[in-house]
Design a protein around this ligand. Structure first.
Ligand code: HEM
Length: 500
């Protein structure tokens, strides 16, 4: 090709790209929705890509200019996204008009077994699987899982006491992270993985790998959130081949072993096996997802993804707050000891459910730490939400961290105050003003499981141990802005002594 033709072709490409972005980036202006001016290509997400802010932090900052409006338009790369924090609009999106917003727009690749999670599925397949998985989280099932969790809780207390040597500072981020991995190992996969004792176990290595953020993994997560098809085309699977094989083999081995030995355990693998047996009778192939070993592994994998950092970091944050408030910590310990006494010394399900301060502390931790910070939906039928006409295909982000910090609802929002979660206080506020687990038919399926695990952990720790500020104590925990979701930059260092 002639140099002049080459130059002309290059100019045409540049002009086409320019015109494309100019059109894309005028989306909100054309609709009269207040918006943030985007940067070329990255839209409003440049600070996340550069590691300057995590996703909830970015969304909180973007909401600030339009706080009273309750929503604004943003651009995730070139994709317009409606950012919402007005509780009434949120109610409409996640509950009232659920039929127009039933999916998250997550990628689903039939060739990638671990992408077939309840979180990612949409439409009728989601509905069918959700109804099958819901019974796995009933009170009866949680009660049956509790002894498994309690054993790991006892291991945690022993390990913390061991590392504290009667008064040293301990990094609770590391120990809690190993603890939650052991819990998931036992309740989801039926194996004792011993990460608390052995920080180099296979399970621990895999969980570390999974949560290790690389520029490629962050880019993929962001891109797949807004461009599912693009995500599927990228030359690596949802969580890379090694992770796929690890979880698939784990599930396969567990199922084989149980089928051979007829051993039954009160865990998630057992429930998935029952589901698979019942599934053989399901005669609706169009709307239901066949429960293969891959589909079973995918659901257990979500346990792994959702049940680790979310829970361990919220607990680490709570212990940090308790270390700074000895009075609250003592009241908590008294409640735990009183209820234990009244329940024959056993930390039973009934005893835990009587510990109302423990529960309020867990909720206040979730309000302030808010591990996910954002809930998303994709519009599947054009619908008016408040003053905005949301078109089919439109992505919506619900900034739950902004809602949780509204000072008209939670005065002095930065203050750790469990009394915000009494029944009377709850009755005074909008029902959508506190959403750590999302809301509506797609609310976190494991909400009660996650709360139970958190309550159990708080109870076993404050019963036996006292947490206080040590030399590396951070009253205000510094956040690692390079991680997409809340993560402490320097761990949760706390001094630990035995509680008399
Ligand atoms: C403190 C811990 C946890 C928090 C804060 C949390 C929070 C959330 C949130 C905000 C959502 C989105 C809800 C929505 O879109 O309205 C969600 C969905 C989900 N979570 Fe959790 N979660 C936690 C633990 C877990 C655990 C341990 C599991 C293990 C099974 C789990 C499984 C799921 C699943 C499968 C969904 C998708 C539900 C659906 O689409 O039907 N989560 N979670």
């Amino acid at each position: 090709m002639e140099p002049s033709s080459l130059l002309l072709a290059a100019a045409a490409v540049v002009a086409a790209v320019f015109l494309y972005f100019r059109h894309r980036f005028s989306y909100w202006a054309r609709r009269g929705v207040p918006f943030h001016a985007p940067k070329p290509v990255v839209g409003n997400f440049g600070d996340v890509l550069l590691g300057r802010k995590n996703v909830p932090g970015l969304l909180a900052d973007l909401s600030r200019a339009f706080r009273e409006v309750g929503y604004c338009g943003i651009y995730s790369f070139d994709k317009p996204v409606l950012l919402v924090w007005d509780p009434e609009m949120v109610r409409q999106i996640v509950a009232k008009d659920f039929s127009s917003f039933h999916d998250r727009g997550q990628p689903f690749d039939p060739a990638d077994p671990l992408s077939q999670t309840l979180f990612a599925l949409g439409g009728k397949q989601w509905k069918n699987l959700r109804s099958k998985l819901t019974p796995a989280f009933t009170s009866g099932k949680l009660k049956a899982m509790l002894p498994l969790m309690r054993d790991v809780g006892a291991d945690l207390v022993d390990q913390v006491a061991l590392e504290a040597h009667g008064g040293c500072e301990v990094d609770m981020e590391e120990l809690l992270s190993r603890f939650v991995t052991d819990v998931v190992g036992t309740v989801a996969f039926g194996i004792k993985c011993n990460c608390l004792r052995d920080p180099n176990s296979d399970f621990r290595a895999m969980s570390k790998k999974l949560f290790k953020q690389t520029p490629a993994s962050v880019a993929r997560i962001l891109l797949t959130t807004v461009h599912p098809k693009l995500g599927v085309l990228l030359p690596f699977k949802w969580f890379f081949a090694e992770t796929n094989d690890f979880f698939l083999n784990l599930m396969r081995d567990q199922v084989d072993q149980r089928e051979k030995t007829s051993v039954e355990r009160n865990d998630f693998v057992q429930q998935m096996m029952q589901l698979r047996a019942a599934d053989l009778a399901d005669v609706d192939p169009d709307n239901h997802l066949k429960v293969t070993t891959g589909v079973m592994a995918a659901q257990a994998f979500i346990f792994f993804l959702a049940g680790l950092d979310n829970i361990s970091n919220t607990l680490g944050y709570i212990l940090t707050r308790l270390a700074g408030d000895q009075d609250l910590q003592d009241r908590l310990a008294s409640e735990v000891r009183r209820e234990l006494q009244q329940h024959g010394g056993e930390l039973s399900y009934e005893a835990l459910k009587k510990m109302s301060l423990v529960s309020r502390v867990a909720l206040e931790g979730l309000r302030l730490w808010n591990p996910l910070g954002v809930v998303f939906r994709k519009c599947n039928a054009t619908t008016r939400v408040g003053d905005v006409v949301v078109e089919k295909g439109q992505m919506l982000f619900i900034a739950t961290n902004v809602i949780n910090m509204d000072e008209s609802v939670f005065p002095e929002p930065q203050r750790f105050d469990p009394e915000r979660h009494t029944a009377e206080e709850k009755a005074k506020r909008h029902p959508y003003a506190f959403l750590p687990f999302g809301e509506g038919p797609r609310i976190c399926i494991a909400e009660r499981f996650a709360l139970l695990e958190m309550e159990l952990t708080i109870a076993v720790l404050v019963d036996k141990l006292r947490f206080s500020p040590g030399p590396n104590y951070e009253k205000e925990v510094e956040i690692d802005t390079r991680a997409p979701l809340p993560k402490p930059k320097n761990g949760f260092h706390l001094q630990v002594t035995e509680r008399i």
